[in-house]
Design a protein around this ligand. Structure first.
Ligand code: URP
Ligand code: ZN
Ligand code: ZN
Ligand code: ZN
Length: 484
């Protein structure tokens, strides 16, 4: 049955206009004023609402084994939480153990994700370097449709890779038309500072923040950008949390480098005071890497979104229960790192961004959906309300109100780091490939409804960057023979 969204204002990243949206099957077939509805069409009244592309969260960790435990939200609860908040696609991370085959990790993650209720894709992590990994990267790109490879510069002794491994992997990405994605913190310095703090008797969650100051992130961000530049690839820096990292990205972009930065909704809204809380659980629940920063860093991140030097707002949804967090009682190094946010990202960003005048509604669409769709090379299939696009659509009510509460959330954890935040603006309905999957508190998506989205290599930016790099590459100087 065709579906017509009538009477709303369609908001894309580049413009807004009053228009109806006609959907046939999974696809948008018409966008325009006063569209005729074929007989039998179901009509959704969007009067007074915005009609926006479904959110894409490019940074989640569902059912991820990490720090001796497994994240509490799996592909079912996580993607249902996403849909209820207006996010219609997530990109998660396949994490091979160091030395494990990428192909085996891919199969494992595809199995876990069979119960996804929303569309999803994967980044593949490079956690070690070998001839096998070099070879497998080609299969990952060409057979599995994954065009991004994740690298951790932190988590020493577990997922961390060193500069030579980064160089080799980034060079391979450049060749394959894929893009490195980087967790940028200096893992050697973090590990030594952790030891020093424990030795001084700082064992609580505040030690986590003290061991990873902004300088540690700024340095690693600069280093990742330099290595990407040397190997000729664009690069995407995840969870950009501080002024130092943002400035590294902004500087690189001003110098013509293809670098992207991703602040999280958590770092935009929560700050380092959380780690001084007298309640251990409260502070531990907020332990993530990088940690929340002093408030002044938030102004820098917001300015980055406004100026375009930062492109995407994600969540790094990595949810652990209080019980899991308590693995780190007595030693902050054992508190599982991660916080949630998948279901609240859009409403929080609208409230703190659009309702305050820090962002336009078009910029909101850019940083929650369109920009990442372009970066991941799936635009305009995803990230746009346009003819031919997948009908992943949110009817967004700018007047909806909600107070965030763990008691009412879909996520499986027992708290919410945004508890009590009052949101203005929220989804009246979420559509996933043409089907209403959430409306008025009624979740209609089932486990398994989500589809795996392949992403082709060689995005336009990749092609342009490698063309320029080839043109300006070092060349041998032709010389005559040296006479003895
Ligand atoms: O603390 C975090 N961010 N946990 C998830 C893993 C990662 O570093 O992204
Ligand atoms: Zn090749
Ligand atoms: Zn990370
Ligand atoms: Zn992450």
């Amino acid at each position: 049955m065709p579906l017509l969204i009538r009477g709303g204002t369609v908001v894309n990243h580049d413009h807004s206009r009053r228009a109806d949206v006609l959907i046939d099957g999974e696809t948008i077939v018409a966008v325009g004023p006063s569209l005729e509805a074929p007989t039998g069409t179901e009509v959704i009244d969007a009067g007074g609402a915005y009609v926006i592309p479904g959110g894409i969260d490019p940074h989640t960790h569902l059912e991820m084994p990490f720090m001796g435990t497994v994240t509490a939200d799996d592909f079912e609860s996580g993607t249902k939480a996403a849909l209820s908040g207006g996010t219609t696609m997530v990109v998660d991370f396949c994490l091979p153990d160091p030395g494990q085959s990428m192909l085996a990790a891919y199969q494992e993650w595809r199995h876990k994700s069979e119960k996804a209720a929303s569309d999803y894709g994967f980044h593949m992590a490079v956690t070690s370097w070998s001839k096998q990994i070099f070879d497998e990267m080609e299969t990952v790109v060409k057979t599995y449709g994954i065009n991004t490879f994740k690298h951790f510069m932190a988590y020493k002794g577990a997922l961390m890779v060193n500069d030579d491994e980064l160089y080799n992997s980034f060079a391979r990405c450049a060749h394959l038309g894929a893009m490195p994605v980087v967790h940028a913190e200096n893992g050697d310095v973090v590990a030594l500072m952790q030891e020093a703090l424990i030795a001084r008797g700082v064992t609580g969650p505040e030690g986590h923040a003290y061991s990873r100051p902004p300088e540690v992130e700024g340095e690693a961000t600069n280093r990742a950008i330099m290595i990407a530049d040397m190997t000729g690839t664009p690069v995407y820096i995840v969870h950009t949390s501080c002024r130092e990292a943002h400035e590294a990205i902004a500087r690189a972009r001003a110098a013509g480098k293809r670098v992207y930065g991703e602040p999280l909704i958590q770092h935009l809204l929560l700050d380092a005071r959380e780690y001084q809380h007298k309640d251990w659980d409260h502070s531990a629940q907020r332990v993530m890497s990088p940690p929340f920063r002093d408030k002044q860093h938030q102004d820098s991140l917001w300015a980055g979104l406004q100026s375009g030097s930062l492109q995407v707002v994600a969540t790094d949804h990595c949810a652990f229960t209080t019980e899991q967090k308590r693995f780190g009682l007595g030693d902050f190094r054992k508190i599982p790192n991660g916080t949630g946010g998948l279901e609240d990202r859009l409403a929080l960003l609208w409230t703190a961004g659009v309702a305050t005048g820090r962002l336009t509604k078009e910029e909101f669409v850019a940083v929650t959906s369109a920009n990442i769709a372009r970066i991941l090379n799936i635009y305009p299939r995803k990230g746009a309300v346009a003819v031919g696009s997948d009908a992943d659509i949110v009817v967004w009510d700018p007047k909806a109100t909600k107070s965030i509460s763990a008691k009412r959330q879909m996520s499986r954890i027992d708290y919410n780091v945004f508890e009590g935040f009052a949101c203005t603006g929220g989804p009246a309905a979420t559509l996933s490939r043409g089907r209403v999957v959430w409306t008025d508190g009624d979740l209609r998506a089932e486990a398994g409804d989500g589809r795996y989205i392949e992403r082709p290599a060689f995005s336009p930016v990749h092609v342009a960057n490698s063309t320029w790099k080839e043109l300006t590459a070092p060349r041998a100087v032709a010389r005559g023979a040296v006479t003895p």
